[in-house]
Design a protein around this ligand. Structure first.
Ligand SMILES: [Ca+2]
Ligand SMILES: [Ca+2]
Length: 413
């Protein structure tokens, strides 16, 4: 059934040569998997509806028998936390003790979920400068300064004037951040509307990491992925506590912002809050989706292969030494666009260290971990949601956002 769904979706996406965050018009949540999705359009999503909190809606869970080292999946479910958001694409906590959940709406706002309520007034509204005229454009990523509680600084990646990428800092006070407090740190020319990456995360070293796609179109026509002089197709690392507007860390491997390269569209990356290991979900071309893993302490200047390789398969060249190939890949029979996730570090310690990730089209959620040098990768849930992102609250509990505006949390039944 999932194969049928994927086959139905893919031709619709083929014209763009990409499949990230395909569309605002998606099968409704919990629609049977056999139902064909509506045609992909770039129309604006439905107007905001501040619906009252819906009752918890468990998603059917699917147990896969061959998962001996994972908790019994039948004991868990995804419970609806809030709804009515417009294309939510990022979920973050500020770790300031407030317990607030910050949710990005792609068209240019950050909404606040506090004490069980989605506040009507946005925490930040920069929709006046965000360009979301194409599907992969918009307000795409958010990170809070490690010392946010003291300085109020937050950092975003958005598509701005000219369709270019803007990395900016804003300052917050209480339940709002001032749109006029913007300090633009970095702008990056975007040659095409797609493959803009989006993740913004602070590393264990206190530096700010920025995930950028290869710039777009299809097949990396400008060969940005392997060009360490380009900021596209990269993970960048900058020091926002020194320099103006930032400093380049002295040990960056190429003397510029580039920290790792060979990426196609690393929509979501995350550091394991306990181990410091880096996880990357890199969206594939036409056939393969991949998860990359870089243990803490790895040499700088990692090359993740694109566009020489699509996942573990030769794309524009052949495998060679020095390329870091994914720890996991899946074909487009199981989905269309990987949504990189998070290594769980919440209160359900039986999941500790298991990396959750998903697929935008199929709604499948996998668990991945390694022990004694052996990787285990299992399908855990079939959510049937169009999963745009995973995120955690201050307690480390795992959430995901559906493109239809719902936010879910994984709980014990
Ligand atoms: Ca682009
Ligand atoms: Ca790769």
């Amino acid at each position: 059934m999932r194969r049928l769904l994927a086959l139905l979706i893919l031709p619709l996406l083929a014209c763009s040569g990409s499949s990230e965050i395909p569309s605002a018009t998606i099968p409704t949540f919990l629609v049977p998997a056999t139902e064909a999705p509506p045609a992909v359009t770039e129309t604006a999503p439905a107007p905001a509806v501040n619906s009252p909190a819906a009752p918890p809606t468990p998603i059917p869970t699917v147990q896969f028998s061959n998962a001996p080292n994972f908790p019994n999946i039948n004991l868990y479910e995804w419970r609806l936390v809030t709804s009515g958001l417009i294309r939510p694409v990022d979920i973050q906590a500020a770790y300031d003790g407030s317990g607030r959940l910050f949710i990005i709406e792609k068209y240019g706002t950050i909404r606040l979920f506090v004490n069980g309520t989605l506040l009507t007034e946005p925490f930040l509204d920069i929709s006046d400068r965000v360009n979301d005229s194409s599907n992969e454009m918009g307000l795409l990523g958010l990170a809070f300064h490690p010392d946010f509680e003291r300085n109020g600084f937050l950092y975003v990646n958005y598509t701005g004037p000219g369709g270019d990428t803007y990395i900016s800092r804003f300052q917050a006070s209480g339940n709002s951040a001032d749109p006029a407090s913007e300090k633009i740190l970095l702008t990056i020319d975007q040659p095409y509307p797609n493959h803009n990456g989006g993740a913004v995360v602070f590393g264990p070293d206190g530096y700010l990491y920025l995930a950028l796609g290869d710039g777009g179109l299809a097949g990396d026509p400008l060969k940005n992925g392997q060009n360490t002089n380009s900021l596209l197709g990269k993970i960048l690392r900058i020091d926002v506590d020194n320099g103006d507007p930032y400093a380049i860390p002295p040990d960056n491997p190429f003397g510029n912002e580039v920290w790792a390269y060979g990426l196609r569209n690393p929509w979501r990356i995350s550091f394991d809050r306990q181990s410091g290991d880096l996880w990357i979900g890199d969206v594939g071309q036409n056939k393969w989706e991949e998860i990359d893993y870089l243990p803490a302490g790895s040499p700088l200047g990692a090359n993740f292969g694109w566009s020489i390789m699509e996942a573990t398969h030769p794309f524009d060249g052949d495998a060679r030494e020095g390329l870091i190939l994914p720890v996991v890949e899946y074909g487009h029979d199981l989905g269309c666009s990987v949504t990189g996730g998070i290594a769980y570090r919440g209160t359900m310690t039986e999941w500790s260290g298991i990396y959750f990730y998903g697929d935008y089209c199929s709604g499948t959620v996998w668990g991945l971990h390694h022990s004694n040098g052996k990787w285990e990768n299992r399908i855990l849930f079939e959510t049937r949601a169009n999963i745009t992102t995973f995120g955690t609250d201050e307690a480390g509990e795992l959430h995901f956002a559906g493109d239809n505006g719902n936010i879910y949390i994984m709980v014990r039944k």
